[in-house]
Ligand binder design. Sequence first.
Ligand code: MEV
Length: 316
Amino acid sequence: MTPAMQSLVAFGAGKVILLGEHSVVYGYPAIAGPLTIGVVARGVASRSCVLDVPVTADAAQKRMMRKAFARAAKLVGEPKVKVTLEPQLPLSAGLGSSAALAVATSRVLLQAAGQAPTAKATARLAWEMEQEFHGTPSGVDHTTSAEEKLILYRRVQAPAGVTGRARELKSPRPVSVVVALAGARSPTKLTVGALRERQARWPERYKRLFGQVGRLVADAAKAVETGDLEGLGDAMNVNQGLLNALGLSSPALEDMVFRLRSLGALGAKFTGAGGDGGAVIGLFPEPEPVVAQLTRDGVRCFASQLAGPRVQGDIP
Ligand code: MEV
């Protein structure tokens, strides 16, 4: 760490996947956008390159964070910096907390090593950390966090370091979601691993389902770009049906999906890994009254605008 950089602060955004989680691991496209909440990383000069893990993390999470940090630190020459993490997101809730952590940490490490924390350099280093967290990630989480835009993403088999291609999706209308937490979260590694076993056993059946999701994503990307929120919502609803068919949903997630639809969501689905619980998103032209209602009912939730002319920030 150079003397000019006595104290460094960097942010990594959380994310929601609008459509296409899981099938994105197999090379099909997905749409994902950044949250305005995420993880803040702070770096101060230190005698060694060290990570101060968040107190809210459990023992397994702390172990993984240290391993991921060591891998990234080594790649930038272990600059003498102590990195402290402040998560603003619930950890392991399907909102990209590990990617946000990887991006924030990578930005601090790069700066401490005297390198520019460009979106590309950040994504490359964060990708190394993500592999420790997830095993075989598609790269959509950390790419969304590093780019901080609503993107159409596709994983590509490419030279080391490049994990996927991303194109920004712009919308003439605000694309806003309510994010609600439901049930007890399943680790991403578990849901991804269980699906991998099923698809290896019945490859043709699962290929057909992934292909259907891929088509929905293409339709949804057009809907975003033309401001067709009703069309986007319908694609999200059908995507939820296919996620259920892929064996990735649960009663807690389905209940929340139907609850959001009963509150007027144009489309609702779980986002991220799925399993026993996690995060559910509903597309709402006016999310604030829905957040107020759900909060009164004791649901942990917030609103986030993912694209379009800016009308609001996140509601914590
Ligand atoms: C997790 O946020 C998204 C998954 O598709 C896994 C991945 O893309 O690596 C379930």
